[in-house]
Design a protein around this ligand. Structure first.
Ligand SMILES: Nc1ncnc2c1ncn2[C@@H]1O[C@H](COP(=O)(O)OP(=O)(O)O)[C@@H](O)[C@H]1O
Ligand SMILES: [Mg+2]
Length: 336
């Protein structure tokens, strides 16, 4: 049973490994949320490997993130494409040309600065594979964090590495001037460490001895680092254990307590949809994976509805539109 926490509008979906269903899940979640009456903006944050638009059946996106990164357009909202699915807007990922796949720090800040005020109930980021700083920063910046993985050993290994790298990056960014914390983090990765730091618990123990205040700050950071787990491509009951394994190692080594958001069975309907370029589960809403996505969307709405302050942007724009204001809603723009 998921513990209720603060509402969250911005969600990032990561997992470390490629081909384990991050994009399928993010898209399926967006469609399920939209079917439940929510407005969703999907952003393809797989910089360099963007393919969310393909899964959505869009061959030639009119705008991509590149237009925003290279300042061809001023507002992130202006590159949101209308889609064939009512209630879903899409920001297509950037390609590798002109270096847009590897944005500078200031470009990234520009994206992050505008992302949470996009006019939607939920903004979902589909992250790329690997643990590049860009991917980790998008994950860390998002209040809603979802890690997708399968029960395969390689996926378990990568999702754990992804969580660990995200957390270490978070700590090093939150304690940038604390030489001692940075030194302890360095010890944990060193082949010949000067002190034993094999887990975050070891780090906490050292820190407590040295600086009670910093120790408390780190504990708070760990409490705030809430990750939800989704096991994908379940084939047998044994595959459910994958979530427990990640919960166990996250607790044992990282002092994190990720909760299980849900699971998706392996479902041929997913593959068929991909091959036909029909966004899953649009034409397959009776399939098993579609039902599971619906359950997950409902949990997100029930437990994590965004706080009213983050809804204001949507409400205000809707009012303006209703009053015949100049704002032209992207929900009504021509399909991409
Ligand atoms: N639940 C599922 N059942 C069956 N096939 C799936 C499922 N989830 C993902 N797939 C298959 O895995 C492929 C890779 O998924 P994708 O979401 O593109 O991975 P990622 O974004 O993690 O690289 C999809 O094209 C699809 O064929
Ligand atoms: Mg993907």
């Amino acid at each position: 049973m998921i513990q209720t926490t603060n509402g969250k509008k911005l969600w990032a979906v990561g997992g470390g490994k490629g081909g384990i269903g991050k994009s399928i899940f993010t898209l399926g979640l967006a469609i399920s949320l939209a079917h439940l009456g929510k407005k969703v903006i999907l952003m393809d944050a797989d910089l360099g490997g963007a393919n969310l638009h393909t899964l959505m059946g869009v061959r030639y996106p009119a705008h991509t993130l590149e237009d925003f990164l290279l300042k061809r357009v001023e507002n992130l909202e202006d590159i949101v494409l209308d889609t064939q699915i009512a209630g879903i807007g899409l920001i297509c990922g950037a390609d590798d040309i002109l270096g847009a796949a590897n944005p500078t720090y200031s470009q990234k800040i520009r994206v992050l600065g505008q992302i949470e005020s996009l006019p939607a109930d939920f903004v979902l980021l589909d992250l790329g594979a690997g643990t590049s700083y860009n991917t980790l920063d998008f994950f860390n910046y998002s209040p809603g964090k979802i890690a997708v993985f399968t029960s395969q050993a390689t996926s378990l290994q990568n999702v754990y590495g992804f969580l660990k790298n995200s957390l270490f990056r978070k700590i090093s960014r939150e304690f940038p001037k604390d030489e001692y914390v940075l030194w302890l983090l360095y010890q944990s990765g060193s082949k010949s460490p000067e002190v034993k730091v094999e887990s975050i618990n070891d780090l906490l123990t050292h820190l407590q001895r040295k600086d009670e205040y910093r120790h408390e700050e780190l504990l708070q950071l760990l409490r705030d680092f809430q990750v939800l787990l989704v096991v994908n491509m379940i084939k047998t009951d044994r595959d459910f254990q994958a979530a427990q394994i990640i919960q166990h190692v996250s607790h044992r080594f990282l002092e994190l307590a990720p909760q299980v958001l849900g699971h998706l069975h392996y479902d041929q309907a997913v593959e068929q949809a991909v091959n036909q370029m029909v966004p899953f589960p649009l034409n397959a809403d009776k399939s098993r994976a579609a039902e599971e996505l619906k359950d997950i969307a409902q949990v997100i709405i029930d437990k994590f509805a965004p706080p009213p302050s983050l809804r204001e942007a949507v409400d205000q724009k809707e009012e303006e539109a209703a009053a015949g204001g100049s704002w032209s809603s992207f929900w009504r723009r021509a399909p991409a």
